[in-house]
Design a protein around this ligand. Structure first.
Ligand code: FUL
Length: 483
């Protein structure tokens, strides 16, 4: 029913006192989302930190990094193959999943594909009756790990490579991988695009490949240089940039795009698309196993640095551990993985911010729901938020007793976007607050390190592009690594 004109004019005057009386101001609403936001499948991926990459195939036996595609399939013969040993090792290492090279550039399929004659079926392993993907996906389920696949579009073996038909062959092979082995959490597309056996390069149908993934594994994230869900971090050292936006400008990146590594490393502040970074690196110099690298497994110190610069810089870490020709994770790698886990457990188990008093310079509508105490409540869905228009704010943590600290972990509530441009950390020393560290972006997770100091008060000053929305703060006293 239409409201009479005089009534309409006076309506705000009537409603406003009612709103005030009920204690309800417009800012009692949650903050609006800012800019691009993650999809449900990206949000699920953001909850991960660290998972294993496995490069395994004929190269494991021929000592190559890039097989030529003409290797005899019989060379693939892992005598002590045990996917359960891999899964157990990675579970014990504190990893959350495994991504395996189902097919690398040499074209050899680790499953008995109907669309290729260069597969485990043609190998000497188990007289051709084995299926690596079957045993690994089963082992992942048994050990509570997520299962993911790397499937290289570049194929140096397939006779159809370099022709239009190959895109359909690739889609069919991808379809097998995504239909026959249960849930897949991530599909990893390598941008490498070289020549096939006929000397020709392929024009890849990436949109068509993505359609296959969406149809068969709608919850899986698709990784490539340009997404559509996860972007490469622009180097193979496992390092994101200290400034790392999860947003990029639409269309700026595509699989195999050259000369943008720097941009991939830090994303775009003015990006209109959510495309977070994944940092990949190998625990050894090569991606595949080489006996000559048995004593070149990265140190705990090197792995810790990678952790700070990936997981601690708004990326997930994909750490490659090449399986050896026996079909086992080598002792040197598993020993190092366990040492690295022990260091992380020592570093991150005790959160010194828990139980502290947190007071913010501004709390949205003064409403308890957005209070700064949400920063230390262990609930990732609760957050501290500021009023609309308050894009610069701070909070103080007062510890129950003085403690030595050297790192702070900050997390934005990214379901509503990425906002923070800069952060300054100060600590109380002899009664005065002294700045000890500066940072730029936060995003899903940011660890800022500073020289170890004993203090009772820590101040975090933030400048953002929209009201602040942070879900978590943690304080740590991280032990040194043994070098
Ligand atoms: C690169 C490949 O060419 C390497 O062999 C390796 O698989 C690495 C993870 O991606 O593009």
């Amino acid at each position: 029913m239409p409201i009479a004109e005089p009534m309409r004019r006076y309506l705000p005057l009537l409603v406003l006192p009612l709103l005030i009386l009920s204690g309800c101001r417009p800012d009692d609403d949650p903050p609006n989302a800012f800019g691009a936001v993650p999809s449900a499948r990206q949000l699920a991926w953001h909850q991960l930190h660290y998972y294993a990459f496995i490069h395994f195939g004929p190269n494991t036996f021929t000592d190559l990094e890039w097989g030529h595609g003409d290797e005899r399939p019989e060379v693939f013969n892992p005598g002590s193959f045990d996917a359960r040993q891999w899964a157990r090792t990675f579970r014990d290492a504190g990893m959350e999943g495994i991504i395996i090279t189902a097919k690398h550039h040499d074209g050899f399929a680790l499953w008995p594909s109907e669309y290729s004659t260069h597969t485990v079926r043609e190998s000497a392993w188990r007289d051709g009756s084995g299926d690596v993907l079957r045993e690994l996906s089963d082992a992942c389920r048994e050990y509570g790990l997520k299962f993911g696949v790397y499937v290289s579009p570049w194929d140096r073996n397939h006779p159809k490579y370099g022709t239009d038909e190959y895109n359909d062959v690739f889609k069919s092979m991808l379809g097998e991988v995504l239909s026959d082995y249960g849930d897949v959490f991530e599909v990893w597309f390598d941008g490498a695009n070289g020549e096939g056996p006929n000397g020709k390069k392929q024009v890849y149908d990436f949109p068509g490949f993505a359609d296959v993934v969406r149809r068969l594994q709608p919850q899986a994230v698709i990784f490539s240089d340009g997404g559509p869900d996860i972007r490469w971090i622009g180097n193979e050292n496992g390092y994101a940039d200290t400034t790392n936006w999860s947003t990029v400008r639409a269309g700026a990146f595509y699989p195999g795009i050259p000369d943008v590594n720097d941009q991939l490393q830090h994303g775009h502040r003015d990006g209109d698309t959510w495309l977070p970074g994944e940092a990949d690196v190998s625990i050894r110099p090569g991606w595949f196993y080489h006996r000559a690298e048995d004593d070149k497994v990265k140190s705990v110190a090197a792995l810790a640095e990678i952790w700070f610069r990936s997981v601690g810089m708004n990326a997930n870490l994909l750490l490659n551990i090449p399986v050896d020709p026996r079909g086992l994770v080598h002792q040197n790698d598993s020993t190092r993985l366990m040492e690295f886990r022990e260091w992380r457990d020592n570093a991150f188990t005790e959160d010194l911010a828990r139980g502290s008093l947190v007071v913010a310079s501004n709390v949205r509508a003064g409403n308890q729901r957005f209070d700064a105490s949400n920063l230390i409540d262990d609930d990732p869905e609760s957050y501290w938020a500021t009023d609309d228009g308050v894009n610069n704010a701070s909070f103080d943590l007062t510890l129950s007793e003085p403690a030595a600290v050297n790192a702070i972990l900050l997390q934005e509530y990214i379901a509503l976007g990425q906002r923070v441009d800069s952060v300054t950390i100060s600590v109380e020393r002899m009664g005065t607050m002294t700045p000890v560290a500066f940072g730029t972006t936060i995003g899903n997770r940011r660890i800022v390190r500073f020289p170890r100091v004993e203090t009772r008060r820590v101040k975090v000053e933030l400048a953002a592009r929209a009201p602040l929305v942070l879900s978590n703060v943690s304080l740590y006293d991280i032990p040194p690594t043994d070098g």
